[in-house]
Design a protein around this ligand. Structure first.
Ligand SMILES: [Zn+2]
Length: 432
């Protein structure tokens, strides 16, 4: 039954994941997908390519083109003319590339350490094309003949499906490293679970299973791993995550079809009005001088409940002369919020709070002219104006997508079960 849905699920995920990638990637990925589905890719019976032909093929030439290649790396302070003038390329051609072909690639952006290749005609030894690797993924080729021009392209890549599992002893990073996976996988996991699990606080006994894919070019992984499905057992509870695109871009959802990204509440007090916005050059009403206001003030009557805008851990419930009584909440590895000038605090340091919990009451302790909450918002340790932050939508799986989602989840779980060594304990959850 499930195998009927397999082509669809893989096709969907590959399609959604690769949107925005190059045709090369799509093509090789679909070949791989076919391989996975039992249609083995055709073994090519072409003759082995020599080193020159292999380079030619990497940069989009027909390998049978009669070219020979000289390769190097851009040296420190080297420009295009440093490389090509001594190799018989005329000043006019170099000038043409630097000016007329700037749309294709601005050669002033060439960087030390990047590879270059000079392709010559094997017949007359004349320099024909100059290729430069812009990044791990992209290159540009300039024609060196009178006609000019050239092309930009992406190196042929393939997408490989990989699986990781393990138990936490120290950190997720260490657990993955020990199992031979890239540190980027820990980063990708922390992004998927940013709203659910604080990876700086995971504990021994937590465990995980991850099905992911990465793009590979010339046997080197490039870019970030994409997590297709994961289960993270944290404090005895399983937190599954599944990648799905319901038309709003790929996102991770849980077993109920809820997005793993949770929205913050818009404001920490209901029925309030904004009395002062985030402003780096505000004239301070009490201090009577220009002082950055790195928060948003919500004026509300004395004693109005102040609520946590998201789930988190109280890292501070304290008092300073300026802040008055205040509470600080760490939501995840990215976001922290703080609530100042409380008349009374309602939480203790170290306490876990849920979104909407009352953490204190409006007051005017500290430097305040009247009852209000000064609400402060940190993103990656920088204070930002939360009203200007774009929080991506976190729509749950739509009714009409639920059947497709359930099929996709069944496919991922099936694949993880097949790859699992059985060494990590499984915690059941209701599948959608
Ligand atoms: Zn304020």
């Amino acid at each position: 039954m499930r195998s009927i849905h397999l082509p669809w699920a893989i096709g969907l995920v590959l399609f959604t994941l690769l949107t925005g990638c190059t045709g090369d990637v799509k093509e090789s990925a679909s070949i791989q997908a076919q391989g996975r589905l039992g249609f083995a890719p055709l073994e090519d019976d072409k003759p082995e390519l020599d080193a020159h032909q292999q380079q030619a093929q990497r940069f989009g030439f027909n390998p049978s083109a009669n070219l020979k290649v000289e390769s190097g790396e851009v040296g420190k302070g080297q420009s295009l003319s440093h490389i090509l003038s001594p190799r018989g390329v005329s000043t006019q051609t170099l000038h043409h590339i630097a000016t007329e072909e700037r749309e294709l690639f601005d050669v002033r952006r060439m960087r030390a350490g990047k590879e270059w290749h000079l392709f010559r005609s094997a017949d007359d030894d004349l320099p024909k094309h100059f290729a430069y690797a812009i990044s791990d993924r992209e290159y540009v080729v300039f024609n060196l003949g009178d006609q000019g021009g050239g092309w930009a392209g992406a190196f042929p890549s393939e997408t490989r499906r990989e699986y990781a599992e393990g138990a936490i002893e120290g950190s997720l990073y260490l657990a993955l490293e020990r199992a031979g996976h890239s540190p980027n996988l820990a980063l990708a996991m922390s992004q998927v679970y940013a709203w659910t699990i604080d990876f700086s606080r995971i504990q021994a006994g937590d465990n995980f299973r991850i099905l992911y894919e990465r793009d590979w070019i010339d046997d080197n992984p490039v870019g970030m791993p994409r997590i297709l499905a994961a289960e993270f057992v944290h404090r005895g509870r399983n937190f599954p995550a599944f990648l799905f695109d319901q038309g709003e871009g790929p996102d991770h959802f849980d077993e109920t079809g809820a997005s793993l990204r949770k929205a913050f509440l818009k404001a920490p007090v209901e029925f309030s009005r904004i009395s002062s916005r985030f402003n780096k050059k505000r004239f301070h009403p009490v201090l009577k001088k220009v002082k950055a206001h790195l928060g948003t003030d919500y004026a509300a009557p004395h004693g109005t409940p102040i609520i946590a805008v998201g789930d988190g851990i109280v890292t501070k419930a304290s008092y300073t002369k300026g802040n008055g009584k205040y509470v600080k909440i760490r939501h995840n590895g990215t976001y922290t919020t703080q609530y100042l000038h409380m008349s009374r605090r309602n939480v203790k340091e170290g306490q876990a709070v849920r979104q909407g919990d009352v953490i204190g009451y409006v007051g005017s302790t500290g430097l305040a002219t009247g009852p209000h909450v000064c609400f402060r918002f940190w993103k990656n340790d920088q204070q930002v104006d939360h009203l200007r932050e774009e929080f991506p939508p976190s729509t749950p799986i739509k009714e009409e997508e639920k059947a497709r989602y359930a099929d996709a989840v069944a496919t991922w779980l099936n694949e993880m079960a097949q790859r699992s060594s059985g060494s990590t304990p499984q915690l059941a959850f209701d599948t959608p």
